[in-house]
Design a protein around this ligand. Structure first.
Ligand code: ZN
Length: 73
């Protein structure tokens, strides 16, 4: 049986995970949000976490951008 190299699963049905991002820069200007070009299930929502407005991005867990975002913590 051939071993297939692991292909990242970034389809609409892929498992997804979220990362919370600042909605505003320190001087109050908003961060621009661009749709992820690396995965299909990307979407974002605005959440209020204990009075702080954050942008919650959802990506496929295999998405490279998601991995980059979550690796910096
Ligand atoms: Zn993504």
């Amino acid at each position: 049986m051939d071993q297939q190299p692991h292909e990242p699963n970034v389809t609409y049905s892929a498992p997804i995970g979220s990362v919370d991002l600042d909605a505003f820069k320190d001087d109050g200007t908003p961060h621009e949000i661009w749709p992820c070009t690396d995965c299909y299930p990307w979407h974002a929502e605005v959440v209020n976490v204990e009075g702080e407005i954050l942008v919650r991005e959802w990506h496929a867990v295999d998405c490279q951008q998601f991995r980059d975002l979550t690796a910096r913590d």
